[in-house]
Design a protein around this ligand. Structure first.
Ligand code: ADP
Ligand code: ASP
Ligand code: MG
Length: 427
């Protein structure tokens, strides 16, 4: 069996869902089809949540817009009516009732209860459309089989508990094709959880691992994995195959084409990952696998925006590399802050993190008694794999470099945000 994953951009309208059905219908093997929320629905649900948490009644207008969007897609796909429309109506009614009657709990908990609806609605419509197209598709609510801990918004999979339930839920003796949600799971107590933004790629890899899939294909709006985000460098070129190591380094450094957590479950079972274009589905895309060869090594450019560069110094001038190191990192983990880059000297450590201000502020308060901290905001991290002098000049000329880290195959710069003149002239 294989796992296919379709992201929000591929299912943003009725035409996208028709295209999905066409791609899926060409596959001969059994399939699990993982689908994200339609278009920008997750962002829209975040707006509902924010307004509702603040007691602002405008949350209802935001929700009405999301409803109209889904209803219009369903009406276009099923002009003479269909059970999908009734299921969507019931599901929206359930969410409206939750918002009317529930007391507000912690932000992260409520986030997962509310934002998880996007994937439920999208998969209901997609499964029904596949059935209408003559495909024997079953819809699975993955929250009944994919258990996580209760770290809301960044939940960890309970692998042992989930594997047998996932195998029972996706039983190919019953159906050749299952449609299910990416991004969401549930606690043992039945509360919805989410795996982190853009987490549907990760779900596809988890299911592939648990079901021993032959391969995973993520269908994207790009021809494959390129040597840069084409929205940043317009001469970015496709790589035919890359290793798991290359992919994990790229995605960890900020290449948004695949969620960084996707690679480990695939690597562990040696399952290849295909990154293909839903716009040109006959093109082969990029294969991520163990024994990939970079035929001609080309520099790979990665940009991670919206970073904070924090310098932490022990107040008593003690060396940073001993107990201090574990204490500092323990505090980062406690606050759920992921470190993107580390550079240490005798009595200072510099770290680069995503600028998630409320979390960072409470981290700094926690460190305050023992450490002084300084930070640079509005920075970005630029990484070049397989760098050359020309590649470095291309993305750093005209930039203010705050930190540079050079390894054998990778160089990283933390620079002030802004577009360098050399980039502008090359576009
Ligand atoms: P999904 O629809 O599955 O959520 P994303 O939008 O998250 O897909 O990922 C696709 C996007 O990733 C592309 O539109 C592209 O702008 C961006 N991207 C960033 N880095 C790369 C890269 N190295 N190669 C290809 N695409 C990249
Ligand atoms: N819908 C979720 C998001 O937008 C998950 C995903 O698309 O991967 O983050
Ligand atoms: Mg995405």
């Amino acid at each position: 069996m294989k796992v296919y994953k379709f992201g929000g951009a591929s299912v943003k309208d009725a035409a996208g869902i028709r295209n999905l059905a066409k791609i899926v219908s060409k596959e001969k093997e059994n399939l699990v089809v993982v689908v994200s929320a339609f278009g920008k629905t997750t962002n829209a649900l975040e707006k509902v949540l924010k307004a509702w948490m603040e007691g602002d009644k405008s949350y209802k207008d935001h929700l009405d817009n999301i409803y109209s969007y889904h209803a219009s897609i369903a009406d276009e796909l099923f002009p003479s009516g269909n059970s999908a429309r009734g299921n969507i109506d019931n599901s929206f009614a359930k969410l409206r009732e939750y918002l009317r009657s529930s007391k507000r709990s912690s932000f992260d908990f409520e986030y997962d209860q509310i934002v998880s609806y996007g994937e439920i609605w999208s998969t209901m419509i997609v499964a029904e459309y596949l059935r209408k197209s003559g495909i024997n598709a079953a819809w699975v609510d993955i929250r009944k089989a994919l258990l996580t801990d209760d770290r809301y918004r960044d939940a960890n999979i309970l692998w042992n508990e989930s594997t047998s339930m996932i195998r029972a839920a996706f039983d190919f003796r019953k159906f050749p094709l299952y449609v299910t949600q990416g991004f969401i799971g549930s606690t043992a107590a039945g509360w919805s959880t989410t795996l982190g933004r853009e987490g549907s790629d990760y779900t596809a890899a988890i299911l592939a691992n648990m079901l021993d899939a032959g391969s995973v294909t993520v269908w994207k709006d790009v021809p494959g994995v390129l040597n840069a985000d084409p929205k940043w460098l317009n001469d970015a070129r496709k790589m035919e195959e890359i290793s798991y190591k290359e992919a994990v380094e790229m995605t960890f450094s900020g290449a948004k084409v695949i969620h960084p957590k996707t690679i480990k479950p695939l690597h562990n079972k040696n399952i290849p990952l295909h990154v293909r274009s839903f716009i040109d589905p006959d093109e082969p895309g990029t294969i991520v696998k163990a024994d990939a060869t970079l035929k001609k090594t080309m520099p790979v450019f990665i940009r991670k925006e919206n970073q904070l560069l924090i310098s932490i110094l022990p107040r008593d001038f003690s060396f940073v590399m001993g107990d201090n190191l574990s204490r500092i990192f323990h505090t980062f983990i406690k606050h759920g802050i992921k470190v993107n880059l580390v550079e240490a000297s005798a009595v200072a450590i510099d770290v680069c993190v995503d600028d998630e201000r409320p979390k960072i502020e409470s981290l700094l308060v926690d460190l305050e008694t023992e450490y002084s901290a300084l930070y640079n905001e509005n920075t970005e991290m630029l990484t070049i794999r397989h760098y050359t002098p020309e590649a470095i000049t291309r993305i750093t000329s005209g930039r203010e470099i705050l930190l540079e880290q050079r390894m054998r195959s990778t160089v990283r710069f933390v620079v002030r945000e802004g577009i360098a003149s050399s980039l502008r002239s090359s576009q």
